[in-house]
Design a protein. Sequence first.
Lengths: 385, 520
Amino acid sequence: MFEAGCSGPDVRSDCLIRFNPDGTDIKIQIESKVKALYGKQIEAQIREALHKNAIKAAQIEITDAGALPYVIWARLETAIRRAGMQLSSLLLPPAVNGVRQDSPRDRQRRSRLYLPGNTPHLFINAGLHNPDGVILDLEDSVSPEKKDAARALVRNALLAVDFYQCERMVRINQLPMGLEDLEWVVPHGVQLIVLPKCENADQVRQVDDRIRRLAPKRQIWLMPVIESAMGCFHALDICRASERIAAVTIGLEDYTADLGVPRTAKGKESFWARSVLVNAARAAGIQALDGVYSDVVDTEGLLAAAGEARSLGFEGKGCIHPRQIEIVHRAFAPTREEVEKAQAIVDAYEKAKATGHSVAVLDGKMIDAPVVKRAVKLLEQAKKQ
Amino acid sequence: MNLIPNAAGRRVPDKINGRPAIHYKGVGAHIPSGRTAGRKIPSCTAYPPDGNKVVNDLRIALEMCGLSDGKTVSTHHHFRDGDLVANQVFGMAAAMKVKDLVWFPSAAFPCHAPLIEYLDNGVIHHIEGSMNGPLGDYCSHGKMRGMAVLRSHGGRYQAVQDGEVHIDIAVIAAPAADAFGNCYGASGRSACGPLGYAEADAWYADRVIVVTDNLVPFPCYPWHIQGQLVDAVVVTERIGIPEKILSGTTQITKSPDRLRIAELITRFAEAAGIIHDGFNFQTGAGGISLAFTHFLHDLMREKSIKAGFYLGGSNQLPVRMLQDGLIRHIFDIQAFDLEAVRSSHENPAHIACGPFTTYNYHGKGNLNSLTDIVVLGATEVDTDFNANVVTHSDGRLMHGIGGWQNCLFAKCTVLAVPSFRDRIPVIVERVTTLTGPAELVDVVVTERGICINPRRTDLLDAVKGTDLPVFDIHDLKQQVERICGGAPEAPKTTDKIVAAIKWVDGTVIDTVMGVVDDGQ
């Protein structure tokens, strides 16, 4: 018996599939809380998958807690693979609209919601909470023996789950395993690859090459995560290693472990690293995004931390719970005073230009070009809120 | 027994457990006639002149009150899953070798699973009351001899008042009582709050037994039930476990999806102009309702808005709003947590009342229609806005109606539901069991957005131009079916009617068929 998936009293929206490639015909046994409503469909789905792959003899048992069809396909594919069989036809769900669209490089990335890659019940409504991006995670939230299952599940989620306006990101594993992850997600609707524990430009180039080979026509972005002292020293090289890089971020848990210091709420120990990151990003013309705030209950703390991140020059922050998203957006939104001031600057500049003055003046102060540029950017940002 | 189509197009029996039944004719269409029921005329000469009605034990009380084959016995659910009295009553009936009783509870809970034994061995013939948990399963499998009859709290009062159900013996668990039978719910070690559900029984039952674990000196005042209605008082070890009142869904939800629903309701209510000074509201004790109350509290404080009354089952959240001066009064039939028990005892603005002042449709007015907004749950809602609250989509009886049907008469009824649960669609083509008719369901709020009943053009207009995610319920159903992998199959049923669903006026709005178990 080869199995894949999860079952148990606390499991929701998932199933456990046992696959035994024995016998003389197909035997399917279904135990499901939705058997009265979808029992026939579940059986038909499994039969179709086996038929497509010319599997004529197998015993299959499914213990289902309301898994959606894309989950059932992913679990079945993993079980079949674990039995050492090749699939001539991947068990892909029908794709939702827009799944193969690229995202704009400079799109807003204030919030990105991390979703553990092997926990399907967290996927389906993630987009409703309006994060700017979702990260389907194949790395730290997936235990080593479940990496294969998570790959199939994340691939199918990218195709079948409507994440609405969110940028669809996948965090791959550290290289070299991460290169293999790319085979699963790059052809199937990912828009940005998060490269964890990045320490040098060569790692970025390896990922870049592999993506180019897998999807030559797509504009898939990269976001390295710097999580070590070495990574900090190579930050600028990393940020400039590929045209694909749209943003860079920091992993503070690993970074403080690398330094051998405890991670504190105030974050003094990571101040240098975060500043280096912001500066490297700015120098490379990409976005710097802050790491996550791990205390889900402490909303005040999150608001303060996100505000501090903004003041350091970060343009976004990671979220590990949907309730953090709105708070992060609030922290990164320009204040009314900022918007009013920026508008006044832009107005003064436009007026000076229209009247042929070479220098704009506001409240007796000369307005430099970079001040205008910053004001324009802020107003654009305010419009998107 | 013949099946006839009612005004909602559902086929319903013209007889239930041998008695004639009226089919549902539409909201407000059935006009009752005749006079209300009454109990036998008592005389004080039959009662001890010293006013001491205490008897030694429950058996003596039941014998005195004439417990015998085929009688109807009622109990109440003020302790919810912590009730210790109903099981004692039927245990005693079994010991007395009585058969074919009808149990007429105000609601049943999983703690009543031991009664299945008495259904099996003939002590109880059938149950007329909510069917949830193990009893619902038992009934759904067609194992009960009679047909279950499910009524709302108001419908229960109406049935007793109108003489549809005659209670032979009512057993009232009282956290405080005196020897004359006056009793009160909100004090004593088993304090449970108002005793609203026992009021109909006290007035209309032939015989009334009060069971207490806290006999207090005469007079027990304030009182919820007056001793002049009571035949006997029994003192027992323990009547209920107040901590278990909390059982079930009485916590604010932590689910981000459900919090989103609560937030959308709050934004909708504000945008539609419902949250204004003096507005009246009601929310249930479910997770989403509690979260809505919480958000509403913040909004009202921020905008300095004060509500008129809150209609309970109450809990700690409206109690806090009452204390903060954001609500003027709480009307309360039943406490959902110990804070509400305490408040009902201490705060004169926390008014204990029974279904006859609020939920009874056959009364001279309806407090529910004074309510500006009510937030309720449902197991299914269909594209016509009909709703189901008693069965799951697989046809199994799972929940009682509670006050749900009665609350639909609010000026704005909001059903707060996820659009699907795991893979079970909640927004469906046609509800499995019709419990609430479409014309009374105004708004359905799900995690995916808000659907407004097209009949409510005023509400549709009110939210026009806002950034609320409002869309057609047919679109939502389509979205849900795309996610779940198509429309669900119709559940397989037997041809046996296992339960009848009553509307608030006593007419039959739908039936529930037995389920077929295919080895789940």
